[in-house]
Design a protein around this ligand. Structure first.
Ligand SMILES: Cc1cc2nc3c(=O)[nH]c(=O)nc-3n(C[C@H](O)[C@H](O)[C@H](O)COP(=O)(O)OP(=O)(O)OC[C@H]3O[C@@H](n4cnc5c(N)ncnc54)[C@H](O)[C@@H]3O)c2cc1C
Length: 448
């Protein structure tokens, strides 16, 4: 039996890696390494620094329980503040001593004979450990290229949320933002005031819920510093979240028989849409935009975007919402399927610019096929038929609820596709009700 170099190897130095390292140390395990392909702690918050980036969960909850921070500038902290917070946490905990930067793990392999994990690190000697904690996050690889027809012909600048060029000055530019997910909405809202013109290209309207955000005054920060205060607020929030979201959505709804659920959920969606139309009437001036912004999918189908600034931005005279499908990018801008070409100096490509975790080039090997799949794997398996977030796997009730949502999305897609949308019918999920989940065979490590 070979002795491993480390007791534990953690892959990834994002929030998850920091938490794992801290918990190991709390258990008295100090012989560990954190392998990070980039050059610092921070994960998502290190890699993303686009204009308008902010957390969409109040910072008093989006923080590590073992390092509550009373210094947040506002309820929804901006991205750079989160990056600093994770760096500071790692520094305070002395985790930099365990960090190996620029160390991308390309393969993790169990060596049966030696009883150790062997991690192949790009351009470096391999690392061995008795245990591996994979903390590579959910948004793994930026796609190498923006995959919109004609993008290579474009003569202006192309930026993506996870590869933002901070030196690019967007002031006075004609900007096209393609995609209205969380990042697209944040970027559009941040650039609207500065741009000469801003065209926001929306393919699928999503739910954009108000963000009740405010700055913490010096007095509020004094209160946050009171011993136990943040922990109490955190606990209260979690109880409310459990009472109003987790219990009804995760525990109550899935217990209902299918026939009741199938009637209840459309009703729920109808009411949500009614309220949403009220929100749009109160915040968006243009009736045509209001109509185009009503989501076709149900409110439970996908994590909503949280922003109060986006609808306001759409009221700016320089900002346009374009819902006609994009045909291609041209030398000077974006051409839509109706033949209209809108010129741009900068294209912000948000749509589909990230690869799903499954396409990460970290090849995993496990000894035995497991009865349950990790969450990310599940997202991959059903990701082709719905963008619904991965649910905890193995819980038959949540699984059933997700299938209903997926069915809802599919029905919805079929009914509402515009005439100029050339994508063809939505892909079908190959798994039928009652059929076991299709598990991609996991390679068995070679024991020899
Ligand atoms: C733009 C953006 C905004 C977000 N906003 C929110 C939000 O408001 N609220 C929320 O709850 N969630 C948000 N998320 C999700 C966010 O990613 C998680 O909340 C959190 O960062 C997950 O932490 P993590 O440590 O698991 O993963 P990450 O933060 O993704 O960290 C993973 C780390 O692993 C490293 N890594 C990956 N592969 C390898 C490899 N093969 N070898 C070595 N290192 C590797 C990466 O470089 C990275 O440092 C957002 C995500 C993005 C992309």
């Amino acid at each position: 039996m070979t002795e491993p170099v480390y007791e534990v190897a953690i892959i990834g130095a994002g929030p998850g890696g920091i938490a794992a390292a801290h918990l190991l140390r709390k258990k008295g395990i100090t012989d560990f390494v954190i392998l990070e392909r980039a050059d610092d702690f921070g994960g998502t918050w290190r890699d993303n620094h686009y204009p308008g980036l902010a957390v969409d969960i109040p910072s008093l909850w989006y923080q590590l329980s073992f390092n509550p921070n009373p210094e947040w500038s506002r309820l929804f902290a901006p991205g750079p503040e989160l990056y600093r917070y994770f760096q500071d946490t790692a520094r305070q905990l002395g985790l930099y001593a365990h960090l190996r930067t620029n160390s991308e793990v390309v393969q993790q392999k169990w060596d049966d004979a030696s009883g150790i994990w062997r991690l192949e690190v790009r351009d470096q000697p391999s690392v061995t450990a008795r245990f591996v904690i994979s903390s590579v996050g959910g948004y793994i690889n930026a796609k190498a290229k923006v995959d919109i027809d004609g993008i290579d012909d474009f003569e202006g600048a192309v930026l993506r949320p996870n590869a933002w060029d901070d030196d690019y000055d967007p002031r006075g530019k004609r900007i096209a933002v393609i995609g209205t997910g969380s990042s697209g909405v944040q970027i559009a809202a941040a650039l609207s005031e500065q741009a000469k013109s801003l065209d926001v290209y929306q393919r699928t309207p999503g739910w954009v819920l108000p963000k009740i955000d405010f700055e913490f005054s010096p007095l509020a920060r004094k209160v946050l510093r009171l011993p136990g205060f943040i922990a109490a607020v955190n606990m209260l929030g979690r109880v409310l979240m459990d009472a109003f979201m987790v219990v009804p959505i995760v525990h109550l709804l899935p217990r209902l028989p299918d026939r009741i659920l199938a009637r209840l959920l459309p009703l729920y969606d109808k009411w949500s849409r009614l309220l949403y139309r009220g929100l749009l009437r109160a915040t968006v001036d243009d009736p045509a935009y209001r109509k185009a912004l009503v989501p076709r999918m149900g409110i439970l189908a996908k994590r909503p975007v949280i922003s109060s600034a986006f609808f306001k931005a759409l009221n700016n005279p320089n900002t346009a919402l374009i819902t006609t499908a994009i045909e291609r990018i041209t030398r000077n801008g974006v051409r839509t399927a109706d033949g209209v070409e809108r010129e741009a100096d900068l294209i912000v490509a948000v749509d589909r610019s990230r690869d799903l975790p499954a396409r990460n080039d970290l090849e995993r090997q496990r000894l035995r096929p497991r009865p349950l799949l990790p969450r990310t794997r599940d997202a991959q398996l059903c990701g082709h038929c719905a963008s619904a977030p991965a649910q905890p796997v193995g819980d038959r009730r949540t699984d059933r609820l997700r299938r209903l949502r997926v069915d809802g999305l599919r029905r919805d897609n079929g009914r509402t596709r515009g005439t100029d949308d050339r994508r063809g019918p939505p892909p079908r999920c190959s798994r039928r009700r009652g059929q076991p989940r299709r598990v991609q065979p996991l390679e068995r490590a070679d024991a020899s």
